[in-house]
Design a protein around this ligand. Structure first.
Ligand code: CUA
Length: 334
């Protein structure tokens, strides 16, 4: 009985010390979003039974090693008890209750972090090896993620190649990004600051360097930045040419099917396309001149490239000027 009382007191003491010790270490980055508050709260709730479990295993173990160690001259087996119904029922019921409670707490937190604000600012995120692109409702794209403080953003994310993962540690939540699919993440930044978005899914050689700045600014600063970007984007489109074409291509998401590095995707690559010999599925060969490229954008089924299926490319609502800009961009990829 004396041993049980001593171990009991030690277990409680070590539980508290472990919990407060870990909490005092301050291992967490600052909370940068509303969602971070819920995640940290759940983490805190998880930590309490974890510290207790740690100590209820370690304290009796160490205590037994010291107090019940084999002394010189002892050769027999130690005393042991066989079967204890009270104990067995207890260690079945208590964990069952705990797991049920924590399942509820987990679901509750998931619901809170997924709360959808109908006024959320929608930003399209494109991930590829090994960089990020963020496209704003006004049409312009940026390699920096600028967010206004206090407003929920809905990130609509897709990948051009392999699986990536959007992760800003200060926002706590993260989400995989898959090719050919759109995944969502909702974040409500509630603290001004400069953070970094990192990729959290091993995606190749430069995975570790797939980072970009994230700036949470006041609404005024965000509006000013956004207006300036919009103006520059409008000027770029008005000027026309390859740069405008590149911007339109980014906006329309052409890169989801056409690579610019020679890789085979859903559609033919654009690398070295201009003025090249293109074998068609009907056995003919054509030269990929201006007229051919423009025709292929306007009417994708007019000429089908050999080994590629027909009826895959959707119709894009583009003006003749926009199509000419895209064509001039493709010319630069020869
Ligand atoms: Cu992208 Cu790792």
């Amino acid at each position: 009985m004396r041993h049980i009382v001593v171990v009991g007191i030690l277990v409680i003491l070590v539980s508290f010390l472990t919990y407060f010790g870990l909490t005092a270490l301050g291992l967490m980055p600052v909370q940068g979003s509303v969602q971070a508050g819920y995640v940290d709260q759940l983490w805190n709730w998880d930590l309490i039974p974890l510290c207790f479990l740690f100590s209820i295993i370690m304290v009796p173990l160490v205590y037994s090693l010291i107090v019940f160690r084999r002394r010189p001259g002892e050769t027999g087996d130690g005393k042991y008890d066989e079967g204890n119904h009270t104990l067995e029922v207890t260690w079945t019921i208590v964990p069952l209750l705990l797991v049920t409670i924590y399942a509820y707490l987990g679901a509750y937190t998931l619901g809170k972090t997924r709360y959808a604000d109908p006024n959320a600012l929608v930003i399209n995120v494109t991930a590829h090896q090994w960089d990020w692109s963020f496209q704003y409702p006004e049409g312009f794209s940026s390699n920096e993620l600028h967010l206004p403080v206090g407003r929920q953003v809905l990130l609509e994310m897709t990948s051009l190649d392999v699986i990536h993962d959007f992760w800003v540690p200060q926002f706590r939540i993260k989400q995989d990004i898959l090719p050919g699919r759109t995944t969502e993440l909702r974040i409500t930044p509630d603290r001004l600051g400069n953070y970094t978005v990192a990729c959290s899914e091993l995606c190749g050689l430069r995975h570790a360097y797939m980072t970009r700045p994230v700036m949470v600014t006041s609404l005024q600063d965000f509006s000013a930045w956004s207006a300036q970007q919009s103006k520059a984007y409008a000027a770029l489109l008005a000027k026309g040419g390859p740069d405008a074409g590149k911007a339109i291509v980014a906006q329309e998401g052409c890169g989801g099917c056409h690579s610019i590095d020679g890789a085979r995707m859903t559609g033919p690559t654009w690398l070295h396309l201009f003025m090249s010999q293109v074998p068609l599925s009907d056995g003919r060969t054509v030269i990929a001149d201006k007229a051919y490229i423009i025709e292929s954008i306007k009417d994708p089924n007019a000429k089908i490239v050999a080994t590629f299926p027909a009826n895959v490319m959707p119709h894009f609502d583009l003006t003749d000027q926009q199509i000419a800009d895209i064509e001039s961009y493709i010319e630069t990829l020869k």
